[in-house]
Design a protein around this ligand. Structure first.
Ligand code: JB2
Length: 215
């Protein structure tokens, strides 16, 4: 049987996160068709030229490209840009490392990144546009909301709920069954042992709410 042609993806964002994502997409058999950045200064990122800013999307769609990945770490920026990308007629692909372990019973949304060494266990739900970063572990039935970011080395026990747009900082953890609110930020190394409200900043071991903001 002839090999199927490579699937071409437009990547938005050309910073550090994009570097990781580009390598994940390539490992999954995608070809990087174009790289767009808010800063359109011509430059190379891992051998791919930045071809302009997001105004190029419509032309790329007319050229027949239909797959995209939004590779921007900032949660709100990523979600807002994804809306524009979808409105321009693109579908969002997932970037999943071949060395991540993802349960067959996990449910993944669209535009999701799962980095090397991550473990996504049985019946986990990952919302659209979330990031499960390097070496993070999510035990059974965890749900991660749309546009949330689980940073490297985070450990989440079973049945935890992480709200939309929340951020769990590097090396933090959450015990079984707690809820982390929409837009909440958990500091690096913090241990979440009780529910964290929407929009809160929680730090320390055990994690305590330091600041309450709009979710
Ligand atoms: O609206 C946009 C836009 N806004 C910012 N459209 C496009 N196409 N690009 C946009 N950008 C671009 O995202 C910026 O011009 C910049 O080039 C890039 C962000 O790069 P930076 O290296 O600052 O961050 P990052 O998002 O790649 O990575 C962050 O998040 C990761 C998850 C960092 O904190 C990393 O350390 C982290 N691993």
């Amino acid at each position: 049987m002839p090999a199927s042609p490579p699937k071409e993806v437009v990547v938005l964002g050309a910073g550090g996160h994009a570097k990781v994502v580009i390598e994940l997409l390539q490992a999954a058999g995608y070809e990087i068709a174009a790289l767009l950045d808010a800063d359109p200064t011509p430059r190379q990122v891992l051998g791919h030229g930045v071809q302009g800013d997001d105004r190029a999307l419509d032309e790329l769609r007319r050229d027949g490209l239909s797959l995209a990945f939004v590779a921007i770490g900032d949660n709100r920026r990523r979600v807002a840009l994804a809306e524009a990308v979808r409105a321009a007629g693109f579908s969002l692909v997932n970037a999943v490392s071949p060395s991540a372990t993802v349960s067959p019973s996990a449910h993944l949304g669209e535009g999701v990144a799962i980095m090397a060494g991550a473990v996504v266990n049985a019946e986990v739900t990952l919302g659209d546009l979330c990031i499960v970063n390097t070496g993070a572990t999510l035990d059974h039935e965890v749900s991660v909301g749309m546009g949330a970011h689980i940073a490297p080395g985070v450990a989440i026990s079973g049945n935890v709920k992480v709200g939309d747009l929340a951020m769990m900082g590097v090396g933090s953890c959450a015990i079984q069954g707690v809820s982390i609110g929409r837009g909440a930020m958990i500091g690096a190394g913090a241990a979440v042992v009780r529910d964290i409200p929407d929009g809160a900043l929680a730090v320390g071991v055990p994690a305590r709410v330091r600041r309450q903001a709009d979710a």
